[in-house]
Design a protein around this ligand. Structure first.
Ligand code: SF4
Length: 358
């Protein structure tokens, strides 16, 4: 796995540093901020600094439990960006990966957006660069570019319409059937969309997330067979998504046990009260924390307990403290790129069902 490239910081930081007694304990080792225990003193200091900054803390569903619990809001990437756009807070602290903080900045250009560690990238977003997308478009003049929201701002700026895993099928179905579609960057979500829409004029970029690709069909089949009473919640980015459909079609897994859901969709279903006492979850393991809080009587188990995103876990308690105290790392998007990227997000929102995604 290649580590994503850390984007450069704005040359002129917007925020002045604040004093905090805990910053004396910070250390940076092996590419991660540490030296802080997430205890009551840490939580109290995070709240104090947050008030001084007039900040709101947003945490993605894949963050570690301590970060999810200190956040003002948790959710999927797009839902958090839309909360960021509505908030009165002057500073948005986005505990997630870099493209998510960029999306918040695109939708809230007048606010200061911080990410606790700007090296927190995403292998899926890095699957396609702006230059690669430019070259692909040149090979297919007239095609409509549909990009999953896990993309950089520059790729969004070259995109006609974004999509999430909740609305990808609706977005593609809304496009003139005669026009070619370039779908990027996730091959598993692309295969899901192609199957659901039945279109054969859709070209799919061969990108993937290393975490979701590791949740494969073999693991799913083994677990589903050994736990026949359990339902399955599967994120369509997973390598096992196609296998689940196949196994359901073959009668190996009862189709009613298989729920293909965005992370937001998983939480909605858990909150409504699942009909089974056990659910196997095929996505990043951080999702289990919110699911278990939403339905404490249900036994949620990961399909692959090692499906943990290294980049998400770079947002440590120490990184969050450093971020609030020092005002780093600030996320910026060039105005021209932001305007074009916003148009592709707004084109998606106009179609409806914009919630979801990772
Ligand atoms: S789990 Fe995969 S898609 Fe999600 S942030 Fe990590 S690398 Fe990116």
């Amino acid at each position: 796995m290649t580590a994503p490239t850390a984007p450069t910081a704005p040359s002129t930081p917007s925020l002045r540093p604040l004093d905090s007694p805990l910053t004396a304990h910070l250390n940076y080792e092996n590419g991660t901020w540490g030296g802080i225990t997430p205890d009551a003193a840490w939580a109290s200091e995070i709240r104090r600094l947050k008030e001084l900054r007039r900040a709101v803390i947003l945490a993605h569903n894949y963050q570690i439990p301590e970060i999810q619990d200190i956040a003002d809001y948790t959710g999927d990437s797009l839902a958090l960006s839309r909360i960021a756009a509505r908030t009165d807070a002057e500073v948005i602290v986005f505990c997630g990966v870099h493209f998510m903080a960029e999306s918040a900045k695109i939708l809230s250009p007048d606010k200061t957006v911080l990410i606790p560690d700007r090296a927190a990238g995403c292998s899926l977003a890095d699957s396609i660069t702006a230059d690669q997308l430019r070259a692909w478009r040149a090979e297919h003049p007239g095609a409509v570019v549909v990009s999953y929201v896990n993309t950089t701002a520059e790729v969004k700026a070259l995109t006609d319409i974004c999509c999430t895993s909740s609305n990808a099928v609706d977005v593609v179905a809304s496009i003139d059937p005669e026009r070619e579609i370039l779908f990027c960057p996730d091959q598993f979500l692309g295969a899901h969309v192609k199957r659901e829409t039945g279109r054969d004029n859709i070209h799919i970029w061969a990108g993937e997330c290393h975490v979701h690709a590791g949740i494969n069909g073999a693991k799913l089949a083994e677990q589903a067979a050994s736990q026949p009473e359990a339902d399955l919640y599967i994120h369509p980015e997973c390598g096992c998504a196609n296998s689940a459909i196949y196994l359901a079609g073959e009668g190996v897994i009862a189709p009613e046990r298989v729920h293909m859901l965005s992370t937001g969709g998983m939480l909605d279903l858990a909150s409504a009260g699942p009909s089974t006492r056990r659910v196997l979850v095929a996505t990043e393991v951080g999702m289990l924390h919110q699911l278990r809080k939403a339905a404490p009587n249900v036994d949620f188990q990961p399909v692959n307990e090692r499906a943990s995103c290294t980049y998400m876990k770079m947002i440590t308690p120490a990184a969050l403290l450093r971020c609030l105290a020092t005002g780093a790392d600030e996320v910026d998007v060039a105005p021209g790129v932001a305007t074009a990227a916003r148009a592709s997000l707004e084109a998606m929102i106009a179609i409806g069902q914009p919630g979801g995604g990772e």
